[in-house]
Write a protein that binds this ligand. Structure first.
Ligand code: HEC
Ligand code: HEC
Length: 382
């Protein structure tokens, strides 16, 4: 009797060990096994991700850690409150009408819901408005990475002629004129002097509070195996394997903080954008854009730097085709050909079935929370 129990125990143990060491990349993998592995609370037990050797700085996807703050701009609640007020204050613009929040609205995923945003004199911008969700976790800001910190970033929209259209120092002088701000600067910074540097620091501190709540994906990988549906689990698995998304959308942010050419340069057209190349003048950066985080992605459309994608299903089917960047013949054969964009070798034809594409989209939706509730300031210091 004892012997039989021992043998039985051995068989069960062996079974469990085989299941947990399961390493296949076949998407027809048994869903029950995938569910157990991915919700085990230990990502080292997950099936191996399909990553190429030229993937830079790979990090597994997972829960977001704590925000880190620059040593010369540590947070306090008063600074956050002041930063929020400045973020919503239209008087930071020349017309007194355009606030940061005009283009970055929490009810629209901290973007504006448009293909391209508009600012001063209703002039249209050149790129899709980026979401402000989780910007604290990026090492460079903007689609082309031209800003190195949130403090540095904020002066760009202030000065931009199609955004807030004011010399940043002139803006700071204008804000100095509203005496009601003085006590708030004192609480935030220790004395009541108002400067451009402090305005940018307060806004950046507020932005660092715009962090996603735990998504259903986070709850699932922490151990609640009912938090994702079977299709979403399959989508997660495909995202890491056959669909190859994890080559670039990796780490807790679902962005590698790198720049890649996704075949979206729109070469030769009026909307051509050479992206990161404009900043570095390095040919390998032609048409490369920052990998955007996919947290909250279902709420931040339309998508891509040009805002041309209005549906997630079109994005996934484009990736499935290997992002063909067709350059019409009429645009070829000129001296500019030396700048022809080359899509990243990480982009490949995927061969996802229609069902698999739906599962990837279901997973992206599981990374999206209900809209963040923000109490919008309506009164500003005089
Ligand atoms: C007229 C619309 C508009 C206004 C006003 C505006 N932005 Fe933006 N914001 C954009 C666009 C468009 C981009 C992307 C531009 C690019 O990459 O070239 C962007 C990008 C950003 C980013 C980069 C996010 C990332 O992931 O890299 C941050 C941060 C940001 N804005 C903060 C602000 C702040 C702070 C203000 C106010 C001082 C502001 N924005 C005002 C349209 C606007
Ligand atoms: C070669 C790296 C790379 C791979 C692989 C990759 N992406 Fe991307 N992804 C990017 C970059 C870079 C952008 C922004 C490109 C642009 O705006 O021109 C982007 C944009 C997106 C966007 C739009 C997000 C936004 O805020 O506008 C979605 C959604 C997306 N990718 C999903 C996926 C999915 C799903 C997969 C797998 C099927 C995938 N990506 C594979 C690099 C990659």
């Amino acid at each position: 009797m004892r012997k039989t129990r021992l043998v039985m125990g051995l068989i069960v143990t062996l079974g469990v060990v085989t299941c947990l060491s399961f390493k296949s990349n076949d998407p027809s993998d048994d869903i029950a096994v995938l569910k157990a592995l991915y919700s085990s609370g230990d990502s080292t037990k997950w099936p191996k991700a399909t990553i190429d050797s030229n993937t830079v700085g790979f990090q597994e996807i997972g829960r977001l850690g704590a925000v880190s703050y620059p040593a010369d701009n540590l947070p306090n609640p008063e600074k956050v409150k002041l930063g929020k007020l400045l973020f919503y204050d239209g008087r930071l613009s020349q017309s007194n009408q355009i606030a940061c929040a005009s283009c970055h609205d929490p009810q629209l995923g901290w973007g504006d819901g448009k293909k391209l945003g508009f600012g001063h004199d209703r002039k249209l911008g050149k790129r899709n408005v980026m979401t402000l969700f989780n910007t604290a976790f990026y090492t460079k800001l903007f689609w082309d990475g031209r800003a190195k910190s949130l403090e540095d970033q904020a002066r760009f929209p202030i000065a931009d002629h199609v955004e807030m259209n004011i010399d940043p120092h002139e803006m700071a002088e204008k804000i100095q004129g509203f005496k009601g701000y003085k006590p708030m600067f004192k609480e935030a910074f220790g004395d009541d002097s108002i400067s451009l540097d402090r305005i940018l620091k307060a806004i950046a501190t507020f932005e660092r509070t715009i962090v996603s709540k735990k998504s259903r994906f986070d709850i699932f990988v922490k151990g609640n195996k009912e938090a994702l549906t079977d299709d979403e689990i399959m989508g997660l698995h495909l995202f890491r394997t056959k669909a190859r998304c994890i080559n670039c959308h990796n780490g807790p942010l679902f962005s590698d903080n790198q720049f890649h050419n996704d075949g979206q340069t729109l070469w030769g057209t009026a909307n051509e954008d050479l992206g990161r190349y404009n900043v570095t003048k390095d040919k390998k950066d032609i048409g490369a854009f920052k990998t955007p985080s996919l947290r909250e992605v279902a709420a931040t459309g339309p998508w891509f730097h040009h805002g041309n994608f209005t549906e997630l299903k079109d994005i996934v089917s484009t990736y499935n085709l290997g992002n063909p960047a067709n350059i019409p013949k009429k645009y070829l054969g000129t001296p500019r050909d030396s700048l022809l964009p080359t899509p990243s070798p990480l982009i490949k034809k995927l061969g996802l079935t229609p069902l698999e594409q739906k599962q990837v989209i279901a997973f992206l939706e599981a990374l999206t929370n209900s809209p963040m509730r923000v109490k919008v300031p309506t009164e500003f210091p005089e």
